[in-house]
Design a protein around this ligand. Sequence first.
Ligand SMILES: [Zn+2]
Length: 293
Amino acid sequence: MTAESTLRADIVEVGRRMYARGYTASNDGNISVRLGHDRLLMTPKGVCKGFMTVEMMCVTDLDGRKLQGDREPSSEMLMHLEVYKERPDVQAVVHAHPPIATGFAVAGIPLTRAVLAEVLTTLGSIPIADYATPSTRELPAAVRKYIKVHDGMLLANHGALTVGSDLYSAYFKMETIEHFANISLVARLLGGERLLTRDEVLRLQDLRGTYGIQAPAPICPDPGVDAGPAVSEGSEDGATCQIVDAPAARGTRLVAASSEARREVGRSNSEGEIRLTYRELSALIEDAIRSLR
Ligand SMILES: [Zn+2]
């Protein structure tokens, strides 16, 4: 188990990085981590995450009773408690308002399109939890719907939430969400993403094991239709699998066919440039991994 002094320093460091990267403004955001099996270490209410000290942190039990600390625990403590209750595997929770991801949350656009391998292998899809008044009991209820099967989500008209097996893994998922939101925004400004096919998504899901990545839930099963986004998201009680928007059509190329691509980039393709479909690239990666064993 990581020593409390190390965890306090890690929270300070993660807060500093979040603030430096513009994921929080003023006193926004909050961070918590499990301290043994029955306590939490949490950022206090009303402080800027960029200027915290190790002494500021609060220790609470899993019901939110303060056990230690001069300050009051985070105003979003109820949301953190809900996550720890629903996900015994989760060791840390990070909440911030990264501006591009929050823009998607404000626009009501989830980040569920199959676009980037590193997102599909780590977070899968990133849904939007319903709007809830911050710091009330409504927010944990909104988060409950998705938290069992997602390690990251947007919070409608509010921000983003990520969880992880340690503090840095939760924080890095916040970075991945904001990075993905940036790329998605640019791609949409440039005419829209070219989506990976459903087969490619499932293949990437299989690769999670190869990379040793724990995923909270599988991609939803193929409903057996020809095209279009798949599947229901589960029962009223909550999502049971992850929704990823990916076309069913086989053989869709991630990059344009060479003649089309030449036209698009306006330059010759004859100077030793190699264009691969995503499937071809995945096969090359798999071969490389096999040869390393
Ligand atoms: Zn917030």
